[in-house]
Design a binder for this molecule. Structure first.
Ligand code: SF4
Ligand code: SF4
Length: 322
């Protein structure tokens, strides 16, 4: 791998890779018990520059864009994807994507399985089993909205791989309208009874998602947006590794046609260089549409939009508050 970078590329790579790897290693028992966090820093550099190992921090795989909720402030803009642009990955494509991804890295610390609502993907148990079976993937977490009970098949897989899997349930109970369909506590109890790691977030804080639009930004403006963005969730969608879930969603909505530099192609075996280039890049087309840096207003989680947002015209959306 070629690690030669100019100062700007290094700054991006440091923020996106080195810092996160250091943080991860520093949180490991051995380093934190010895209070030798500087060792984690040293190891990060040795690992990359001497051992030439690249361990990808975390990625979220969108196994379906379908969702049974229509949250107005869905961070990933899932309800804005129209029916003709919906996508659900098959087990075969998931296997190909993951195996091609793993050709270019020595490991993935955390693989999130997300949606939409991932439990709507009928092949989810086999998908999770495949991901958990890969030694290079250290942990697999399913993120669900807590409206669908875990199937016996999925439970079997979660029990088999309980040492490296977990379920994160988004807790939308602050929204009383959803009371009748939320099963978060029930799912949590059920999983804990079977000794499966499970987390129900008690203090979810959401911010109002603003409407995306084509801001016609220049390259230097795009870089400024990206460099002020603290979203570090890399997203796998439709055999492409994107810089964030919004980049995936905008591509799904066909707001833009991703250029080769906008993603890592997972249809063929990846190289380490693909990921180095990805992690040092600070110019992303998706940032042209994204208002994330102006989103500050705190709102109740999971307010439902009465009309499918992809059907709304500008004037309707203002009237409906969507
Ligand atoms: S935030 Fe709401 S709409 Fe978006 S994926 Fe989660 S449950 Fe679905
Ligand atoms: S599109 Fe750009 S600015 Fe928006 S969340 Fe993704 S990386 Fe950040």
């Amino acid at each position: 791998m070629n690690l030669k970078m100019n100062q700007t590329e290094w700054n991006t790579f440091h923020r996106r890779y080195i810092k996160r790897r250091m943080f991860h290693l520093g949180s490991k028992k051995i380093f934190s018990m010895l209070r030798f966090k500087w060792l984690a820093k040293l190891y990060t550099y040795i690992e990359l520059f001497f051992l030439r190992r690249l361990v990808f921090p975390a990625a979220e795989y969108i196994v379906t864009t379908r969702c049974n909720l229509r949250c107005r402030d869905c961070f990933n803009y899932i309800p804005y994807i129209s029916p003709e642009n919906q996508y659900t990955v098959t087990l075969n494509d998931f296997k190909k994507d993951i195996s091609n991804f793993l050709c270019g890295v020595n490991g993935i610390n955390m693989l999130g399985i997300i949606g939409g609502e991932p439990l709507l993907n009928k092949e989810l148990p086999s998908i999770v089993e495949y991901a958990c079976g890969k030694k290079q993937i250290k942990h697999v977490v399913i993120v669900t909205n807590g409206t669908i009970m875990v199937s016996p098949e999925l439970l079997t897989v979660l029990k088999k791989y309980r040492h490296k899997s977990s379920v994160a349930i988004s807790n939308y109970s602050a929204n009383k309208e959803l009371e009748k369909i939320l099963k978060g506590k029930e799912i949590q109890k059920f999983l804990l009874e079977h000794d499966v790691h499970c987390h129900l977030d008690e203090n979810l804080i959401w911010v109002k998602a603003k409407k995306f639009q084509d801001m016609k930004l220049s390259d230097s403006e795009l870089r400024a947006v990206f460099n002020s963005c603290s979203n570090f969730c890399y997203s796998i969608f439709h055999s492409q590794l994107h810089v964030c879930p919004r980049s995936s969603a905008f591509a799904a909505m066909k707001l833009y046609e991703p250029k080769p530099s906008d993603y890592v192609d997972l249809t063929t075996p990846c190289t380490q260089q693909n990921f180095i280039d990805f992690l040092k890049n600070d110019l992303w087309t998706a940032c042209n549409f994204c208002p994330i840096n102006t989103e500050k207003e705190k709102v109740q989680p999971a307010i439902q939009c009465p009309v499918a947002p992809y059907l709304l015209k500008e004037e309707d959306s203002q009237q409906l508050g969507c």
